[in-house]
Design a protein around this ligand. Structure first.
Ligand SMILES: Nc1ncnc2c1ncn2[C@@H]1O[C@H](COP(=O)(O)OP(=O)(O)OP(=O)(O)O)[C@@H](O)[C@H]1O
Ligand SMILES: CCCCCCCCCCCCC/C=C/[C@@H](O)[C@H](CO)NC(C)=O
Ligand SMILES: [Ca+2]
Length: 554
């Protein structure tokens, strides 16, 4: 690795031991001089060794000159720093930085450097601050919406106690709105908020709250660009502001699948360091009417029924999903209809290729450059028009479209473990009618390492667009019936009569769209590649946690 030129190098004390501390524009490093002497001749840097530490500048949260009256790190007791000019610990500054802990969680750690010379102390503080000021991707001003009723109703507490103090440490200014009703945040973003004042929007809540904020921002962006959301063919305009998610909901799948944890401090730190993760959005239409956007799960049948039942049990908090899950599983309902889709082609992989989307994902990067090329050539819609639709008709227990893995604490690898956050596709999973036992086997595989698609009754396709028509609305039957003189209500009653004869009722489910119920069952869905950006970086490879500073060459 290319060596960066040193900005500063001094001998400073940390917990009364002498360290050689160096700063270049990428890394702050400190090594215990006595331990380093013992290791003379051996490589100290390049990996974390005894007594050697380093932090990438881009993961420094803040630097602060230490006041005289502050708690001593060794004892935790408050004490006056000695005034003797010979005391090498007289002046001090503290560096706050990201530390990786367990399972993709980050923590705000700190180290205090002491020295006898005040001007040297100031020089260090000023130089580190200058380096931080060069990091232009970091937000300075944020608009924060808190849902006080999401999850276990701890959104406000989580923000006040865990997030606000680190935002203030990082000198981020915030305007905070605690919502007073459902859709308060969406409406405020869509029509009122002065978005020019902010570098990003923060959502404190669960997937439903995120959905509100995403709808507000996407709709506002389309309005300002003169794009008609009701037209499925329109190319939507990407949003300029990034969204940060502080998890405080019941499932928190969007946070979990983009960060790797549902820890509020980790999310706050990703916001502070100015991470950016592009994300696909599906638009959902019924005929020429725009219904909603989706970023995670669009589920009909099982997940639609779980959601419909769980909405009546909101008072139970997150446990409502477990109760409704078991109830829905026992009811074992299946639904008839036709699914048509446009398969994704090119280098977009397949839902079963085990290529998981991770930080810097090459599949998503490729989609980003393809998007740029097709924008310049204006050829995408023409090409798509020539594509052929695959049509599948059948009886389904579940139809799920996962635009991202949908990993969450209940299902750590998610509904579609190899789905990508920003590849412009969604994984369409069709679970055909099967026995209860088989369906249970399939569901349980969401919670363990086994392949949930390895069943004869499960099919999965990576698609760019899809449509669903429930059987009772199918045009063919309608045409047939119209041709034979049957119309409207008579058409429905005819189906019901047919079903009474065979002892089962034709039933319809609802679509679960990121945790909201859609008002229509016949829908048309199109994936819009990388329409929004989050303050996240995707899930880091585990190796980064095990050897975080392998790149720390000074
Ligand atoms: N002040 C409020 N009063 C009532 N409902 C609100 C308020 N603010 C937001 N909401 C609504 O609460 C719903 C649920 O919120 P949220 O997503 O935060 O939690 P959750 O449903 O428990 O979690 P998850 O979506 O992760 O399962 C959202 O659909 C949102 O529109
Ligand atoms: C009878 C055993 C059942 C075990 C099944 C476990 C599978 C859990 C998978 C959960 C995936 C959730 C996907 C995310 C959906 C969210 O959009 C939505 C709103 O938060 N949450 C739900 C539960 O619909
Ligand atoms: Ca995707």
């Amino acid at each position: 690795m290319e060596k960066q030129s040193r900005l500063l190098c001094s001998e400073l004390c940390v917990q009364r031991r002498l360290y050689e501390v160096t700063l270049n524009c990428a890394i702050l490093a400190w090594k215990d001089i006595q331990i380093a002497k013992k290791h003379t001749g051996r490589a100290i840097y390049g990996a974390v060794k005894a007594g050697s530490y380093c932090v990438p500048v881009c993961e420094i949260i803040a630097v602060q000159e230490k006041d005289d009256d502050t708690p001593c790190k060794n004892t935790g007791k408050w004490q006056k720093v000695p005034q003797s000019p010979a005391d090498p610990c007289q002046h001090a500054f503290t560096v706050f930085y990201v530390e990786r802990t367990r399972q993709h969680c980050w923590w705000c750690s700190n180290v205090t450097f002491h020295c006898s010379d005040h001007s040297l102390c100031l020089l260090w503080v000023q130089t580190i601050r200058e380096q931080l000021a060069l990091l232009t991707n970091r937000p300075k001003s944020l608009l924060v919406y808190i849902n006080p009723y999401g999850g276990k109703q701890r959104g406000k507490q989580i923000y006040d106690h865990k997030v606000a103090p680190i935002f203030s440490r990082a000198s981020i200014s915030t305007d905070v709105i605690v919502t007073e009703r459902a859709n308060h945040a969406r409406d405020h973003l869509k029509t009122e908020a002065d978005l020019k004042k902010y570098d990003g929007v923060v959502c404190v809540g669960g997937d439903g709250m995120f959905s509100e904020i995403m709808h507000g921002l996407v709709s506002r962006t389309q309005q300002e660009a003169g794009v008609d959301e009701n037209s499925m063919e329109e190319t939507l305009m990407p949003c300029g502001l990034r969204i940060g998610i502080i998890p405080a909901g019941s499932t928190d799948c969007i946070c979990y699948a983009t960060v790797g944890s549902n820890d509020p401090v980790t999310s706050a730190l990703h916001i502070i360091v100015g991470d950016s993760q592009a994300m696909d959005i599906c638009s959902v239409h019924n005929e020429d009417r725009f219904l909603r956007y989706s970023v995670s799960l669009l589920g009909y049948g099982f997940y639609g029924d779980v959601l419909t039942d769980s909405e009546r049990k909101r008072w139970m908090g997150p446990a409502r999903y477990d109760i409704s899950g078991v109830k829905t599983f026992l009811s074992h309902r299946y639904y008839e209809g036709t699914v048509s889709f446009l398969p994704a082609e090119g280098n977009l992989g397949s839902p079963r290729d085990k290529m998981q989307c991770r930080t810097g994902c090459s599949v998503c990067r490729q989609s980003s450059s393809d998007k740029l090329v097709s924008k310049n050539e204006d050829s995408v819609s023409d090409a798509e028009c020539q594509d052929t639709w695959t049509v599948i008709r059948g009886k389904f227990l579940a139809i799920n479209a996962a635009s991202m893995s949908c990993a969450c604490p209940r299902s750590p690898k998610g509904l579609s473990p190899s789905a990508h956050l920003a590849d412009g596709t969604t994984d369409l999973i069709l679970v055909r009618k099967c026995s209860r036992l088989d369906f249970l086997r399939h569901l349980l595989r969401h919670t363990n390492k086994d392949d949930q698609f390895d069943h004869s009754f499960v099919e999965v396709y990576r698609v760019k667009q899809f449509r669903f028509t429930p059987r009772y609305q199918e045009c063919d039957s309608e045409v047939d019936l119209r041709e034979s003189g049957v119309t409207g209500k008579r058409f429905l009653s005819q189906i019901c009569r047919e079903h009474r004869a065979c002892g089962c009722m034709p039933s319809q489910s609802n679509w679960n769209c990121d945790g909201e119920i859609l008002p229509h069952t016949a829908i048309q869905v199109r994936v819009h590649c990388q329409l929004i950006k989050l303050f996240a970086r995707g899930i880091e490879e585990q190796q980064v946690f095990e050897d975080p500073y392998a790149h720390c060459a000074i």
